[in-house]
Structures are given as structure tokens and as C-alpha cells.
Write a protein that binds this ligand. Structure first.
Ligand code: CP
Length: 309
């Protein structure tokens, strides 16, 4: 069966492990496509996708647009900074105006948690969440887990530590859900002030000691500090954060085994990760970006199959 249990992708929380395996198998096929001289398939010539970005993005926006174009769908792009949202239009009005142009699928990034779910219940189009505030970033978690599977053969049984600003991170929450559904053990590591109080309910281990966390894990996913979601300071200074939680080559080389280093981007070199670690042979950061296109092709393709037409 190649049929997802969902109509929209608003969060990893809604996916079954079987859904994730279907997405990964489809991603395997699309990875072959994007490594061919002709990187395009005609699968979605009859689909129009609107990319609605109400918040800044580099990787996710480009990756979705490329994925849509590789599937031969028609694409329109909307950015709130250059739109009538600035003139007071509501999210629903903006989206409904766009949908009246006969749009089949909406990819939305929004600063408010729940924006994608809200839309999915109100509009007649398939919705994909490209990041909603500090809530979820499902395609990022899927590409992260796919990259671990590609590098280590499987996700099940692997130990993954997510380091940094867990409190404000949609990547962390989606990764925790996704990795656990695939049978990985998850630890979060960071200053007490950047670990949410509800973390124990998620069934993850918690460490405030970077070296201890790195000795435990097979994979370390380093997150940046989400300054755009912090109205107050959660640690004394970047220098002190880096001294306690910044991953340097010296620490990496001193570990008793070789671990895999990941980062969802954007990277703050010299803060959460040093340049020589980000560019080291243990880093799969650029593989994550490459896999993002194939994973998003798979998600769009599988959800488009559920559209009545
Ligand atoms: N990883 C990620 O979501 O990056 P962007 O904010 O550049 O899309």
C-alpha cells in the first residue's frame, strides 16, 4: 500500500510509522530522479501549488519550489513582506483570494503555531506545513530522519541528541516525534532555560552536559538559538553559551567514537558549531539539504494522489 493515512501534512504527530516508511520509499525513487541528467518527471502536470511564506526562509522555500518544479507542477510564490497582509488582510482572506485562482495545494510557513492546521480545516486545498512558529516543521524532521537512515542504514535503535534551543524550536519537536516513531532513542541537551518544562512528557532524556550527551549518542543534531522567538535573554551571553554548548573540533575528536553531525540550518558558525565541525567529514549538513528536495517531492506526490480530480 502506498497510501498515506493523512490528507494534509500539518505535523509529524499525525503520521504513523507506516506513513513515514511510505514517504522514505518514495523519496528513494525521487533521489534517483534528481540525480539523473533530466531531473524532472511529468507526474503532477495537472497540479498548481502556492508557496505562502509569512516568515523568512532560504532552504525550505527553495527546496519546496524545486521539488514542485521537478514534479512538473505549476508554482506560485507569495511572500508576506511584499503582500497586502501589510495592509491588514487576514490569513484566511489572503489564502482564499489566492485559492480562487484554482490552487490545489498550499505550502505554508507562518510565525503562529497552528496556522497550517487552522487553514487545513477551512480551505478546499491540501495543506503542507513548512514551519509554524515554535510548533512543528514536519518536512525538516522527515529529511533529517531520512538522512540518518541513509548514513547509518536505519533509524531504529540509534541514539540521537538534539542540542541547543529546544524551547523555541519546531525542528526539535518534529524530530522528537519522528525519531521516536521510527524507534530511535532521543536526548535533548542545552541550558535549563532553553529546555521546555513539559519535556518529560515527550519521553526523551535530558542532559545539560554537552560532552556527556555526545558520548551517549550516534548522531548530534545541533540547533541554533532562535533569537526571533526570544523577547528576553535565556542565557548570559553568546560567549558563555558557546563555551558550554558550542561543538568544537577539539570536543568532537576527543570522543570515544565517531558520531554524525547534523544541523537544520541556518548555521551560526562559531556559536553552536565551529566551522571546522560544520565542514568536517562527520558532518552531513549538505546531504540534509540535498535530501530535502527528494523528501518534499515524495510528500507532495503522495498527498497529490489524494486530491480528487
Ligand atoms: N531549516 C530551515 O527551515 O531553514 P529555513 O528557515 O532557511 O527554511
Amino acid at each position: 500500500m502506498n497510501n498515506l493515512s493523512i490528507q494534509h501534512l500539518t505535523g509529524i504527530k499525525d503520521l504513523t510509522p507506516e506513513d513515514i516508511e511510505i514517504i522514505f520509499k518514495t523519496t528513494d525513487s525521487f533521489k534517483q530522479v534528481i540525480n539523473r541528467p533530466i531531473k524532472k518527471v511529468p507526474s503532477l502536470r495537472d497540479i498548481t501549488v502556492a508557496n505562502l511564506f509569512f516568515e523568512n526562509s532560504t532552504r525550505t522555500k527553495l527546496s519546496f519550489e524545486l521539488a514542485e518544479k521537478r514534479l512538473s507542477s505549476d508554482v506560485i510564490n507569495f511572500s508576506s513582506s511584499s503582500s497586502s497582509v501589510k495592509k491588514g488582510e487576514t490569513l484566511l482572506d489572503t489564502v482564499n483570494n489566492i485559492l480562487s485562482m484554482k490552487i490545489d495545494m498550499v505550502v505554508i510557513r507562518h510565525p503562529n503555531p497552528g496556522a497550517a492546521l487552522y487553514l487545513s480545516k477551512r480551505i478546499n486545498a491540501t495543506v503542507i506545513n513548512a514551519g509554524d512558529g515554535a510548533h512543528e516543521h514536519p518536512t525538516q524532521a522527515l529529511l533529517d530522519a531520512y538522512s540518518i537512515r541513509e548514513k547509518l542504514g536505519s533509524v531504529s535503535g540509534k541514539k540521537v541528541v538534539i542540542v541547543g534551543d529546544i524551547l523555541h524550536s519546531r525542528v526539535a519537536l518534529s524530530n522528537i516525534y519522528c525519531l521516536q516513531k521510527l524507534g530511535a532513542e532521543v536526548m535533548v541537551c542545552g541550558p535549563t532555560t532553553l529546555i521546555p518544562k513539559y519535556i518529560n512528557e515527550l519521553g526523551v532524556q535530558v542532559s545539560h552536559n554537552l560532552r556527556e550527551a555526545l558520548e551517549w549518542c550516534d548522531v548530534a543534531n545541533m540547533l541554533r538559538i532562535q533569537l526571533e522567538r526570544q523577547e528576553i535573554s535565556f542565557f548570559p551571553s553568546f560567549r558563555e553559551y558557546t563555551m558550554q554548548f558550542g561543538l568544537t573540533k577539539e570536543i568532537l575528536d576527543s570522543l570515544s567514537k565517531k558520531i554524525i553531525i547534523m544541523h537544520p540550518g541556518p548555521i551560526n558558525r562559531g556559536v553552536e558549531i565551529s566551522s571546522d565541525v560544520a565542514d568536517s567529514s562527520q558532518s552531513i549538513i549538505l546531504n540534509q539539504v540535498e535530501n530535502g528536495v527528494a523528501v518534499r517531492m515524495a510528500v507532495i506526490y503522495l498527498l497529490a494522489a489524494k486530491i480528487e480530480r
